[in-house]
Design a protein around this ligand. Structure first.
Ligand SMILES: Nc1ncnc2c1ncn2[C@@H]1O[C@H](COP(=O)(O)OP(=O)(O)OP(=O)(O)O)[C@@H](O)[C@H]1O
Ligand SMILES: O=C(O)c1ccc[n+]([C@@H]2O[C@H](COP(=O)([O-])O)[C@@H](O)[C@H]2O)c1
Length: 239
């Protein structure tokens, strides 16, 4: 049977305070697995669940721009043909950044036939029930969830399959470990992928800056141009 692959788009939403190799590897991994044509890197304007002292949007946007330069180079080196772009959709929108609003806007932009997947780590999945209008998400996009060391995705899978009735009602019949289902359909599936184990987080890295962790250690975690930007703009320094 000749099955034509749909155009495929991945949305990587985040606060990116700062961007790190965990984000880049997540983007690389799903670009391969889902054969994405585009990745939309989506810095949150008002990430309403983070504390109020997040770094101003202009810096998170600038760091994101540097991060995707490195991601672009990585894709060239690894022969990945996914195009990467930054969207300021959430930064331009008034009020809290809700994924459902973004999913609706991106769906309206690309039309009903394109495969659109919201990419996330296991911690985001573990919190999904706190997201605004979360049961609506699979009406607009797929979700692709990657494992992350500090959150046990095995337990999250169990949450879908039995104990949690609300999650089960919404996602129970949509979960899959087969990426092809996301390539062949425009929306509605939830993929669980257990292959990533990257022990990096923005919050731990901010602490590392405040604790004067060595530059070499930070350079292993943060793309070089992002690190230069942080240094040049005096971000994550104690007063
Ligand atoms: N190391 C990682 N492995 C897998 N997914 C990740 C990793 N780091 C971040 N992500 C995912 O990337 C998205 C954006 O993450 P975010 O910008 O909040 O960074 P973070 O490192 O999770 O920040 P914080 O430590 O402040 O919570 C989220 O869906 C998150 O789960
Ligand atoms: O829609 C929501 O209510 C919602 C609540 C928390 C997080 N999100 C989105 O999830 C992505 C990762 O969030 P965060 O807070 O881990 O950076 C980012 O795109 C957020 O806008 C969305």
């Amino acid at each position: 049977m000749d099955i034509k692959k749909r155009k495929a788009i991945g949305i990587l939403g985040g606060t990116f305070d700062p961007p790190h190799w965990g984000h880049l590897r997540l983007a690389e991994h799903f670009s391969r697995v889902l054969q994405l044509d585009h990745i939309i890197w989506m810095p949150a304007g008002q990430p309403w669940q983070k504390s109020s002292d997040i770094t101003p949007a202009k810096h998170r946007l600038a760091m994101s721009e540097y991060a995707i330069e490195t991601l672009h180079d990585l894709f060239v080196d690894h022969h990945i043909y996914t195009k990467i772009e930054i969207s300021t959709l959430e930064m331009a929108r008034e009020g809290p950044s809700y994924a459902i609003d973004t999913a609706k806007e991106i769906r309206a932009l690309y039309g009903p036939d394109v495969s659109i997947t919201w990419l996330m780590g296991a911690d985001s999945w573990a919190n999904i029930k706190t997201w605004h209008q979360w049961p609506e998400l699979p009406k607009y996009v797929h979700l692709a969830v990657a494992s992350r060391p500090e959150t046990d995705l095995g337990n999250s899978l169990n949450v879908v399959s039995n104990s949690n009735e609300a999650t089960h009602a919404v996602f129970g019949d949509k979960q899959t470990q087969d990426p092809q289902l996301l390539q062949l359909n425009p929306l509605g599936h939830v993929l669980f992928d257990q292959s990533l184990q990257i022990n990096l987080s923005s919050s731990a890295l901010r602490d590392s800056f405040y604790n004067n962790t060595s530059w070499d250690e930070l350079a292993d975690a943060i793309p070089p141009l992002v690190l230069d930007y942080i240094e040049a703009n005096g971000l994550y320094r104690n007063e």
